[in-house]
Design a protein around this ligand. Sequence first.
Ligand code: GLC
Length: 441
Amino acid sequence: MEQQRQALYDQAAAVLRGNDRGQWTIPAAGLYPHQWLWDSCFIAIGLRWLDVQRAKTELLHLLSGQWSNGMIPHMLFADGDEHRRDRELWRSYLSPFAPEHIYTSGLTQPPMLAEAVVGVGQKLSSSERRSWYQTVYPALVRYHQWLYGQRDPHGEGLIVAIHPYESGLDNSPPWIHELRQHSMPWWITIVQNLRLEGLVNLFRRDTHFVPPGQRMSNIEALAYFAALRRLRRKAYDTERILSRSLFAVEDLVFNCVAIRANQHLQGIAKTINRQLPDELLASFKKAQNALDALWDGGSGYYFSRNFVTHKLIREPTIGALMPLYAGTITNERAEELVGLMKAKGHFATNYPVPSVPLHSSYFNPFKYWQGPTWLNTNWLLIDGLRRYGFEADARLLADRSLEMVGKSGCYEYFHPLSGEPAGAAGFSWTAALTLDLLHHA
Ligand code: GLC
């Protein structure tokens, strides 16, 4: 047993070493050659066990891409001619807020940064920790000010995401649902009718590396691209984008991560004796109860919500369990969610936790965020379960996760019934979080 764990540890460490690009880590070779926001946060949480200085560097490099308005972009592009097309797709330079020294995307991702900063801090002496916090504090404050200042225009304590990429769960059912309802340009319907969508394969990178059945359809990929072009045309200016777009979602996972990050940021401020701006604290306070608006008592699920219509998007996903991670729900509600997590037909599988429940009409065990089990969402749930006192459930989920990676390798995602690997091989956050779970086991 010890030997197996050591072998898994070595394998995970080797994946991280292989994907290391000096100051940052790629998520996986080939498919993902740049730096991604929440990937690097999960990566730092694992890297801290191997080399805490390198974990700091990972996060500092991410911060080097911060925009002058406070946004931290979800991608920082690698240099090199071979990546010119990716950089040109996003054209961050169209925004006056984008940094000049580096090309980035124009969107953000679930704000895991404060969690990663604290995770790294835990591996430092108390004086080193204070100086680490002092270094990153101003950037973190500006990021959270941007999140609530720009992305919560109605002051409801819920942050709005303007592209599915921001949710981190790219093709999660509520986003695909909204896309079909509100965001299919006419020309895509023509492409579909003329059956020209096969041509899209010429431009897709993901389906060169991963079997097409595991990713979104060509029509969806085209529509995502069209949505991105609309944001680009408006230079990623939130106000201009929200003034017209119906494609805007108060995303569950995003907001649960943000709520937890708010708590961490408050802890960081306290440690270094800083006072967070009053306005920000007022937003944090609203955010604490904001999940109530996303609860649907009838089904016993939390849902994401359409920002404009304020209607819940009743497509169930793993997001329903994420309030456990946010940590602001009552113990009774937490217990209900644990029940849901273990309920047959919902989230109970051999290798939990599937990204959508088994009863969802979208459920497909190999398809990206529409069924497979991912290690990052498991990690978030394990953390939440522990804080609510469900230690045995947390341990079981950690053990099943490690068993799955042990048997299948550090893949991007896994079949939730058989544990078979899917997506990209040598995937960094799977490796990093495996290291972290091994340390807690
Ligand atoms: C996919 C995932 C996203 C991740 C990115 C890089 O787009 O949906 O969450 O950040 O890959 O790994």
